[in-house]
Structures are given as C-alpha cells and as structure tokens.
Design a protein around this ligand. Structure first.
Ligand code: ATP
Ligand code: MG
Ligand code: MG
Length: 373
C-alpha cells in the first residue's frame, strides 16, 4: 500500500515526534505491516519509522503494542546494566507514544499506526551469506532470550493463541481434509502419508510442555534473519519486529530460525532437487545461540531444540497444505498450486534435515558442552 505525504503527515502529527517531516517513503521488505521511513527535516533530529499494523492478523492491537513496550523496557534496563556490551552498538526497539500517551493511533479509516525510532546505519539480510552472520544471529536471539529469562512471562498477552501449537495445526489440517471443499485431497496422498507417519514424533515437544518439562518463557516467535539489524561490521545492533513476542518455549525460536537459515533454496522452490541443508550455517548458528543461552537452559530445553529443528518445516508444510485444501485463503498465492509447491518444498527440507539427524544431535550436544564448560 502507498500513502500520500499529507496522509502520513496527518498520522504522524499525533505522535510525540521532534521536528518536521522532510519526506516519507515505503521501507524494508516486511510482509505483514506497512512500513514507512520518515526523514526529519532537521539534520540533528532523529528519523522515524511509521508502521500500519496489520490488524487482520493481529486482532488485539493493544495487546501487541503493550507486549512490545514491556519487553523493550525490560531489555533497555538490562542493556544499561549487567548486559552492557563492550562495543556499545546494541540498541532496543523503542515505541514513541502519541501526544495523548497511547502506544498506537487509530485513524478515521479504522487503521492502526505506531511509531518507532529509526535505527540508523543498519542493514538486515533476507539471506544469510556467511557462517559469521549465522553465528552472530544465533548469539543475538540467544541473548534476547537470556535478557528476558528473568521477566515474568505472564505479564505478556498471548496475542496469537496456538501460533506454534502443532496439535492445533494438525486439527485444522484434519478438518480441512474431511471438508475437502476444493476437491484437492486426491492430489496429496504422499503428503498425508508423511504427516501421519511423523505425527507422534512431531508432537513430542508439545507433550514435553504439557508434562511440565519445559518452562514457559518469553520468546520472539518470528526469528527470521531479516528481523535482526546489523551494523556495517556485521555486529548485531538490534532484534526488531516484536509483534509476536509472547509466552512460549525457547525451542520455537530456535526451530523457526533454523528452518529459514539452513535452506539452500527459497521457501517456495518448485524444483525440490535444489533443496539442501547447509550444515555449516546450522553449526555456526547453534554455537552462537548456545554461547548465550546454554547457561540458563534446562537439560530438557536443550533436548527440545533438536525436536524443533524437524518440527518447524513439518508444521509450516502442514499450514501451507491446510490453506491449499481450504482454497488459499490465508497465504498470498501467485499461481493456483503455490501452496502445494510450498508444502512439498517444506517437506523436502524436513526430509533433508531428517537425513542429518544424528549430526544435528551431536552438534547441539557438543556446542552445549562448550557453552556450559
Ligand atoms: P515481517 O514480514 O518480518 O513480519 P513486518 O512487516 O512485521 O515484517 P518489520 O520487520 O517490523 O515489518 O519491519 C520491516 C523492515 O523495516 C525490517 O526488515 C527492517 O529492515 C526495517 N526496520 C524495522 N524496524 C526498524 C527500526 N526501528 N529501525 C530501522 N529499520 C527498521
Ligand atoms: Mg520483519
Ligand atoms: Mg513482523
């Protein structure tokens, strides 16, 4: 979506920002919200980032921004104290309230807007090109979890209930299978077979949680690489995109990060022969992650990391397949079988990961030994 400068000006004037707006333009490559960079007319005043929040996905906008503000305040406190880094580049995502003191502004069209400080001189990567970046990324998400490990998870709202709940995703899938509204079930016998044969294994992380073996902590829940801002020396400045920050299991963040990191192909690659697992990126990320998180994780949580590596491509495949069966109502599609292609691509990634399972296990165990030594 594009917005006129006068529209942006009308929105922006409701927030407690300094100076006048020189220009406003669409920014970044996010898929969920509309992001607009606001350049300050005064050179010595800060620039801003305005976002229109996708309230079709985030129904509880208030819950989302309150979660972000609470987490940011906690991180800010940590970074000014025991977690201060030598290089001093680390920053916290900061919401700017409206003049009336609210964390968002609702316009006359029913859209919800929020304002952030723009973090200058930063880059984010859609694709990871080196083990160093993977290591730094693992460290950043591990550190993020570590800084939040002493924060009470019940202070946050579960803004997307059941987001990473495999039982919930399976139930939706079986319902879509039974309904078969588009008559597509006949096209997917192999996918159904795969889903059923790994179901028990895939539910084991959930079962550990139900049995009280995994603490509920504060997790990011969208640990894609482009949600990390780096400086020009590839040092992490800030974890961004806190829309989905809520109570969860640490393994969720690990599994989802690995899913996109190690894949040598795009998420919707149609030629499955191109899909492989980059194990050196896996090792580098795991090393960085456990360096930060290894010391506070319980032995069961470390065990759960292994399960999450396989769970995430499996679960994402199920979500694409469910949408395919339901007639492509959730994910945007570019062609009729797009969701089916995405499903097969995720399942292929899962199979490739599965073929490396003993190596994956020993890397996690070895890095955990190093981290806790
Ligand atoms: P996603 O598809 O990952 O959910 P999104 O639509 O939720 O994305 P964000 O990730 O919040 O959007 O922001 C989009 C992009 O804007 C980021 O990838 C990053 O490049 C940039 N960005 C976000 N917040 C900031 C900030 N405070 N300072 C500088 N750049 C930022
Ligand atoms: Mg993002
Ligand atoms: Mg987002």
């Amino acid at each position: 979506a594009t917005f006129s400068i006068s529209k942006i000006q009308n929105i922006a004037k409701n927030f407690a920002i300094e100076g006048d707006i020189e220009s406003a333009k669409p920014f970044g490559s996010g898929h969920i919200n509309d992001t607009i960079f606001i350049k300050n007319a005064e050179t010595n005043s800060p620039d801003y980032l305005l976002q229109r929040i996708n309230h079709h996905i985030f129904r509880d906008v208030e819950g989302v921004v309150v979660n972000i503000a609470r987490v940011s305040a906690h991180l800010d406190h940590k970074l000014n104290g025991e977690f201060k880094t030598e290089n001093g580049v680390e920053r916290v995502l900061t919401l700017i309230p409206t003049l009336k003191g609210s964390l968002f502004f609702k316009d006359e069209d029913g859209n919800f807007w929020r304002m952030y400080h723009f973090i200058e001189d930063s880059v984010s990567y859609d694709l990871v090109s080196s083990a160093k970046q993977a290591y730094e990324g693992g460290e950043a998400f591990g550190r993020f979890q570590r800084m939040l490990a002493d924060m009470d998870a019940t202070l946050l709202t579960e803004t997307l209930p059941n987001f990473h709940n495999i039982k919930f995703r399976l139930n939706n899938f079986y319902q879509a299978l039974a309904d078969d509204v588009k008559g597509r079930v006949k096209e997917i016998p192999e996918e159904i077979e795969l889903i059923k044969s790994y179901e028990e294994f895939m539910c084991s992380l959930y079962e550990m949680g139900q049995a009280g073996k995994l603490p509920t902590r504060i997790t990011h829940n969208d640990t894609k690489f482009n949600n990390i801002l780096f400086d020009k020396n590839d040092r992490v400045i800030c974890i961004i995109d806190l829309d989905t920050v809520m109570p969860g299991y640490v393994a969720y963040d690990f599994g989802d990060a690995i899913r996109s990191l190690v894949n040598t192909a795009e998420e919707d690659e149609a030629d499955i022969s191109k899909i492989n697992v980059n194990m050196s990126l896996f090792k580098a990320y795991t090393e960085g992650y456990l360096k930060e998180a290894g010391n506070f994780l319980t032995p069961e949580e470390v065990e759960s990391l292994y399960l999450a590596v396989f769970l995430f491509p499996y679960m994402q495949g199920i979500r694409f397949l469910t949408d395919y069966l339901q007639g492509d109502t959730y994910y945007k599609t570019a062609y009729p079988t797009h969701n089916l292609v995405r499903t097969r691509s995720q399942f292929q990634l899962f199979k490739k990961l599965w073929s490396h399972k003993s190596e994956i296990k020993s890397i996690i165990e070895a890095e955990q030994k190093v981290a806790s030594a």
